[in-house]
Design a protein around this ligand. Structure first.
Ligand code: HEC
Ligand code: HEC
Length: 259
């Protein structure tokens, strides 16, 4: 039974988002839908951004198919003259945009990606995966179930417009003259909590603190497109795209092998 899953699961995932069908759907989509929904479904112009997850009601294959084929009466969404087969391909493409990484096919080599994560990338200095690593950055053990492959790739290559709460880099000068660098975890009128670069938590009262300086740049390096070869970046994204905690069944072949 277990073995059957190991063999079957990748096949099921593959059938859901067959890369060739996704690519055809993408081409069809970019040919007839971008004037309103934006290239690659990312930015809505006259229509909603279709890549966004959870925000829209239509997510089943049937609902998406009907909306595209027949249009949505009373709105600016027109029906389409495309043959049903092409509409299905677009539906597959839209669903692949919304899927998290663990459900999508990957291109790179996960073992090589793991070596980069631990070595050249020094990602483990700041990030935990499966109980090992630093705590300056978020735990990435379940990243593939939370983000799409695209979002993971962007996380490594595009600076975020805002530093997420809990990861604000700070420099704190104490009354004693000592200086601490790290990230701000919590801040109140009379105290603040920060994690220094060695992963040590400091609970400081305001009268101990002389100065707090907030950095405008995240500690997360986002220049990996320059620091890694395209091949290495692909492998690293592949490795991250398989980091998911098993939920109620074997979702992640890697995790099973390690047990
Ligand atoms: C003339 C502009 C226009 C074009 C062209 C267009 N759409 Fe839309 N689309 C819209 C608008 C506006 C909505 C929002 C309708 C509403 O208010 O519910 C929409 C909604 C949708 C939805 C439903 C979103 C949801 O989950 O509820 C899907 C799916 C969709 N469009 C897919 C497509 C696809 C695929 C194409 C190309 C074949 C396409 N659209 C072409 C304007 C357009
Ligand atoms: C100096 C510490 C540091 C290093 C080194 C580092 N990161 Fe990060 N990373 C962070 C911090 C802090 C955040 C959260 C703040 C942010 O997203 O800007 C983060 C965020 C991320 C995210 C986004 C997580 C999410 O929830 O979307 C990913 C993915 C990520 N890092 C992967 C990596 C990988 C892969 C490497 C190695 C190539 C790496 N990081 C190296 C500190 C680091």
């Amino acid at each position: 039974m277990r073995l059957a899953w190991l063999v079957l699961f990748p096949l099921l995932a593959f059938a859901q988002h067959d890369p060739a069908v996704v690519a055809q759907g993408r081409e069809l989509y970019n040919r007839s839908c971008t004037q309103c929904h934006g290239a690659d479904g990312t930015v809505g112009d006259r229509g909603p951004a279709l890549a966004a997850r959870r925000r829209y009601i239509r997510s089943s294959e049937e609902d998406l198919f009907n909306a595209i084929k027949n249009g949505i009466p009373g709105t600016g969404m027109p029906g389409s003259a495309l043959p049903p087969d092409d509409v299905r391909k677009i539906v597959t493409y839209i669903r692949s945009l919304r899927a998290t990484a663990i459900d999508a096919p990957i291109e790179g080599n996960t073992a090589k990606g793991e070596a980069i994560f631990n070595g050249k990338g020094r990602c483990r200095d700041c990030h935990m995966v499966n109980g090992q690593g630093g705590i300056i950055g978020p735990d990435l053990s379940n990243i593939a179930a939370e983000r799409s492959i695209k979002a993971i790739h962007e996380g490594l290559t595009v600076p975020r417009p805002h530093i997420p709460t809990g990861f604000q880099p700070v420099r704190v000068v104490l009354q004693s003259g000592a200086e601490l660098r790290g990230i701000l975890k919590n801040e109140h009128n009379f105290s603040l909590q920060m994690l220094d670069m060695n992963g040590k938590l400091h609970l400081l009262s305001r009268d101990e603190v002389k100065e707090v300086e907030y950095d405008t740049q995240s500690l997360m390096p986002t220049n990996w497109a320059q620091r890694l070869t395209p091949e290495e970046l692909k492998d690293l994204v592949a490795f991250l795209s398989r980091q998911a905690r098993p939920v109620d069944g074997p979702r992640q072949p890697n995790a099973r092998r390690r047990r």
